[in-house]
Design a protein around this ligand. Structure first.
Ligand code: HEM
Length: 438
């Protein structure tokens, strides 16, 4: 069949329902190009008509000539010049302005989680190898079995690891000096989230290493590693699947006796079908409450909230395109589509390097409702859970238009001023972990 319907459908949803500024700009430019061709063919006709002596092509039908001129003018001006100028070039330009605005906001955003997802520093790899040598590779704890685990544990951990985790696979089993090298999965947590890291350690095993500004949970022992691999295998949605596959192949090659499943492909199920996005939001998402002065409001203030997810644009290692594209565009675009908002691209300096990020911001009522319904179904478990609760309270006030009353405004201001202060590591109470999947 000439037209494969599933391709046709994905083509339609890719282009006709896209909410990306870049895509919409491209659609405008394509339309302008098409209109330009029609307008040009009319102008060629005009030239031909004018160039011929006597009654010409139109055989003296002067009125028709006028119609063609008018058609040419209208098509060129309204269907070519204007769409190309405003829709085609204007869309990406809007994008640039909004990006600048966001850079500014981000500088002042204290709860913004930065992407710590660069390469693991060599010193940390050494630390982990040394710890493993000292403790003879076993972090005591119950052997775990993937039978009877909560079905949402795998997707959640996949999201958390894809967001703030590293999968480290050495190139060789022994280094030059004959020392054994370990493979491991390491998850980075902020200091606020140390209780969460400790909770996960108590359930999943591994050991915690405390650095100045962050802690890491390192899963190295084979039984714990195999447990996590088998849990997250099949739930990966980003190019980090490459590292998981590398780890699986490494274990299959050097430790064939371990019960490691074969590598599975990307999870292409709808985003709202599992907890994968909540794991990733615990890593790379955040919630904001913004209160600004506004003369248009009765209260004199405007209260806005948003949820934001930010991921780098490209995976730094080579990746087999048959498994996954090296770009994070698809996953971020699907998050944007799910919330019905745009995906932006921005760049900023991080650790002295210019880095590129995709960013999705749920900023309007419709998207807030989707955010709230998703996180009520698949809750957050890191300290971001507390920010979500505050965010949710303001969201409900906005739904009832209470934020535009003096009383409501004061409540919003109080929520905002407490936004991160509850997150002092000493007072923090992670009782919500009682409902965690393990
Ligand atoms: C990018 C936009 C446009 C292009 C590339 C374009 C191109 C052309 C060309 C090549 C001709 C034939 C000229 C000749 O050889 O005599 C022509 C004729 C003409 N165009 Fe356009 N055009 C454009 C926009 C417009 C607009 C916006 C209008 C009016 C609103 C317009 C009105 C006319 C008229 C009245 C003629 C006939 C001129 C004559 O009598 O020689 N054009 N155009």
């Amino acid at each position: 069949m000439l037209l494969n319907f599933s391709n046709f459908k994905s083509f339609m949803s890719r282009w006709l329902f896209s909410v990306s500024h870049k895509d919409i700009g491209i659609l405008y430019l394509s339309f302008a190009l098409f209109a330009g061709l029609v307008g040009t063919s009319l102008s060629m006709f005009i030239r031909l008509e004018l160039g011929l002596a006597g009654r010409g092509l139109l055989d003296g039908a002067g009125q028709l000539y006028n119609v063609i001129i008018t058609g040419h003018g209208i098509i060129m001006l309204l269907f070519m010049v204007m769409p190309a100028l405003f829709g085609g070039f204007g869309n990406p330009i809007t994008l640039m302005f909004e990006i600048n605005q966001m850079n500014y906001k981000l500088l002042y955003n204290k709860n913004g989680s930065i992407d710590l997802d660069t390469e693991i520093p060599l010193t940390e790899i050494e630390t982990i190898n040394n710890i493993m040598e000292q403790y003879s590779s076993d972090d005591k704890g119950q052997p775990l079995s993937t039978n009877n685990v909560h079905p949402q544990l795998g997707p959640y951990l996949a999201g958390l690891i894809e967001g703030d985790g590293h999968i480290y696979v050495p190139n060789t089993l022994y280094n030059d000096k004959g020392k054994r090298r370990y493979c491991f999965i390491r998850i980075v947590f902020t200091k606020f989230d140390q209780p969460f890291a400790e909770y996960l350690q108590s359930k999943l095993g591994g050991f915690i290493v405390d650095y100045d500004t962050y802690v890491t949970l390192n899963i190295v022992a084979f039984d714990k590693l195999v447990f996590i691999i088998n849990l997250i295998n099949g739930h990966m949605r980003t190019p980090k699947i490459e590292a998981l596959h590398r780890l699986i192949i490494f274990l299959h090659t050097y430790y064939p006796e371990l019960p490691v499943q074969s590598p599975k492909g990307l999870d292409l199920s709808p985003l709202d079908s599992n907890s994968r996005l909540s794991g990733m939001s615990d890593a790379d998402g955040n919630f904001n409450i913004i209160i600004t002065k506004s003369k248009e409001r009765r209260t004199g203030y405007r209260v806005q909230i948003n949820y934001r997810l930010e991921l780098r644009t490209t995976y730094p290692k080579p990746i087999n395109p048959l498994i996954c594209k090296a770009s994070y565009e698809d996953i971020m675009q699907s998050v944007a589509n799910y919330f019905g908002v745009n995906m932006y691209e921005r760049e900023r300096f991080l650790f002295n390097k210019l880095r590129h990020f995709y960013i999705v911001i749920a900023h309007n009522f419709t998207s807030h409702k989707i955010v709230a319904s998703y996180f009520s179904k698949f809750p957050l478990y890191s300290s971001k859970y507390f920010n979500y609760l505050s965010w949710y309270e303001v969201h409900i006030m906005q739904l009832n238009n209470q934020h535009n009353t003096q009383k409501g405004l004061h409540r919003c201001q109080a929520i905002k001023s407490n936004f991160n202060s509850t997150l002092s590591p000493s007072t923090i109470n992670f009782n919500h972990l009682r409902n965690f999947y393990i």
